[in-house]
Design a protein around this ligand. Structure first.
Ligand SMILES: Cc1cc2nc3c(=O)[nH]c(=O)nc-3n(C[C@H](O)[C@H](O)[C@H](O)COP(=O)(O)OP(=O)(O)OC[C@H]3O[C@@H](n4cnc5c(N)ncnc54)[C@H](O)[C@@H]3O)c2cc1C
Ligand SMILES: *[C@@H]1O[C@H](CO)[C@@H](O)[C@H](O)[C@H]1NC(C)=O
Ligand SMILES: *[C@@H]1O[C@H](CO)[C@@H](O)[C@H](O)[C@H]1NC(C)=O
Ligand SMILES: *[C@@H]1O[C@H](CO)[C@@H](O)[C@H](O)[C@H]1NC(C)=O
Length: 547
């Protein structure tokens, strides 16, 4: 085995060397040839390569296939030199070895939901050529109810995971994202929150093992990678440490009947007062209850544009107990029996995703969203002190200035407050009332339209600075925001990176940089917001620093 690998390396050197002497083979050709050398040739893979020159139509359709933010596909964005859709896990190993040999950057995509599209494009001014490794074909899911766990390959969507669990048991679930088309590969790397977080924590809090391809092309499981790296990959952000092949997740109990509701309040029907109250109760209320707020603009009955706050909830129990909880803790919302709908947990997944009630759970197996992709820009904040009524009123004023504004207020507390800030790299825990997400979306590709929306969201974010967490102003790494700063190249400046690093990871940033330096000392895995390496070497124990 070892000798055949070194033979391969020898071969590829001869090949690459002679190639560069004879004719100028493109990087694409060289990558293909290199993959050929390292791959199991009994699995044909010539159909797994897409370049803009060989067939632009198929290249663009693969590039777009899971890209969630059309803004990142605009002509000014840099596209991959080549897309390689790995068909078997050893292709991922080969891709790492070959990209390294060719000194070309490798970007990896699982579900394509990155907010800044960095898994498939780049806005780097000075172009950095890169190859995109797409894991969409690696999506096997193996649920083991006896073991209370599931092994999931990186390219599977979270909706498929939920479906495969529910197919085997009505009383098991997994506490991750609300949007069913998220790729589990990238999703868990940043935390992965959803409507069961107050009861069970994040998706990343419920991972028991993982398989990762490291910078040398080796496959490591938890025992082989060690606890430092296993800690870092559960919340330290995607694309910094290696390529996750699969996660082993722990299942959690769900009742066979859950209850959902959505109750809207507009400015005319008390939105400000109810939101003010929600900030005092949503993080303290029964852990079985998750009430988020979707804030948009609507036309009031008088035809005037107004703000609508929709209280959308999942309750891990039945209507009777839910009404008791609400009457006791949050009567201001005025929830009644007829607002409540009882259903199975898997149906609640469909409901919370915002799909109509005629959509069957089987839809999740399509691995895509019901909604078309749009151009969007988003930002996030964490609230630790309630916003006063006057602050909310100023916020509405700003909010009404955009033509497609949205905010999502997402409650914390419960289990989220019980897990320590350093348990995994995701640090936003005790004392957080809620996370606020700001969003704006548009459909035309005009730069002026984009600028207008982006300026608006930056203005709202600036306004909210007074009210939200400070020093650092925390942000959710899975809502990646390049406004917070970015690496210009692989020689990223560790101090510059600490600006966004502390927002995403707080005090876990320093340990993440140590782990990064230890496992990827040459910074092969880098992107606009990857973790930087220390400018000096780190010892095997990850602690003793040798200058
Ligand atoms: C519409 C929408 C709804 C969302 N809803 C939620 C939600 O409910 N809860 C929540 O927590 N988040 C949510 N998110 C954010 C989401 O969790 C992140 O965007 C997440 O990174 C997406 O993972 P992905 O695999 O789909 O994305 P990708 O774009 O494929 O990857 C995201 C990042 O991870 C890296 N990466 C991808 N695959 C791997 C891998 N196998 N190994 C190592 N690194 C990898 C990429 O290089 C990139 O840096 C939402 C995003 C969108 C667009
Ligand atoms: C390019 O790809 C498209 C779609 O995959 C296919 O229909 C078309 O025939 C291809 N064109 C060429 C010239 O191979
Ligand atoms: C609200 O009214 C405006 C102007 O009359 C109209 O253009 C818009 O489509 C309406 N929006 C909704 C959501 O009905
Ligand atoms: C709500 O609680 C009050 C007492 O706190 C009680 O009088 C009332 O009947 C309850 N209402 C409902 C609908 O349960």
């Amino acid at each position: 085995m070892a000798s055949s690998i070194s033979m391969n390396i020898l071969f590829s050197f001869i090949l690459l060397f002679s190639a560069s002497c004879v004719v100028s083979y493109t990087i694409q050709d060289q990558f293909y040839q290199c993959i050929t050398l390292y791959s199991d040739r009994s699995i044909p893979f010539s159909t797994a390569f897409f370049t803009p020159t060989s067939n632009a139509t198929s290249f663009n359709s693969v590039l777009k296939s899971t890209a969630q933010n059309l803004r990142c596909l605009s002509p000014s964005q840099q596209k991959p030199l080549l897309i390689f859709t790995a068909l078997i896990e050893s292709h991922v190993q080969a891709a790492v070895i070959c990209a390294k040999e060719l000194k070309v950057q490798l970007r990896v995509r699982s579900g394509g939901h990155d907010y800044e599209g960095i898994s498939y494009t780049s806005e780097m001014k000075r172009s950095v050529p890169f190859i995109m490794l797409d894991l969409a074909k690696l999506r096997a899911i193996k649920v083991d109810i006896e073991d209370n766990s599931a092994w999931v390959q990186a390219g599977a969507t979270i909706g498929e995971v939920y479906y495969r669990i529910a197919e085997k048991s009505k009383t098991h679930g997994y506490p991750a994202g609300l949007c069913t088309s998220l790729g589990i590969g990238g999703h868990i790397t940043g935390g992965a929150y959803g409507p069961m977080m107050r009861k069970y924590g994040l998706g990343a809090d419920n991972v028991v093992d993982a398989r990762i391809v490291d910078v040398s092309g080796r496959v490591l499981d938890r025992a082989l990678m060690g606890e430092d790296l296993f800690w870092a990959i559960r919340g330290g952000g995607g694309g910094s440490f290696g390529i996750i092949l699969a996660w082993k997740v722990r299942l959690v109990p769900v009742p066979s009947t859950v209850t959902v509701f959505t109750v809207p309040k507009t400015l005319e029907t008390g939105a400000t007062k109810v939101l003010h109250k929600w900030q005092h109760v949503a993080h303290k209320i029964d852990e079985d209850l998750f009430i988020r707020i979707l804030i948009t603009t609507v036309n009031s009955t008088k035809g005037k544009k107004t703000v609508q706050t929709a209280y959308q909830a999942l309750f891990l129990g039945k209507t009777d107990r839910l009404l008791d909880v609400m009457n006791h803790s949050f009567p201001e919302l005025g929830l009644t029996q007829k607002d409540c709908v009882e259903m199975s947990w898997i149906q609640s997944v469909i409901y919370i995703a915002g799909y109509p009630s005629n959509i069957k759970p089987e839809f999740l197996l399509q691995g895509k969203s019901l909604f078309p992709a749009v151009n969007f820009k988003a930002k996030s904040d964490f609230l630790r002190v309630p916003v006063p009524v006057t602050g909310l009123q100023g916020m509405w004023e700003k909010f009404l200035q955009d033509d497609s504004p949205m905010m999502i207020w997402n409650p914390y507390g419960g289990m989220m407050g019980k897990i320590s800030e350093s348990s995994i790299p995701f640090p936003h825990r005790k004392g957080v009332i809620c996370k606020i997400q700001y969003l704006t979306a548009w459909t035309d590709g005009d730069k002026k339209t984009a600028d207008k929306h982006i300026n608006w969201i930056r203005g709202l974010y600036e306004y909210m600075g007074t009210f939200v967490s400070k020093y650092p102003r925390e942000a959710y790494v899975n809502y990646r925001d390049l406004d917070l700063g970015m690496n210009k190249n692989a020689n990223s400046n560790i101090l510059e990176a600490s600006v966004w690093g502390k927002k995403y990871y707080k005090n876990n940033y320093d340990r993440l940089v140590l782990v990064k330096t230890k496992v990827d000392p040459d910074n092969f895995f880098w992107h606009e917001q990857s973790l930087p390496i220390l400018p000096f070497k780190v010892g095997q124990d990850g602690k003793s620093l040798i200058h």
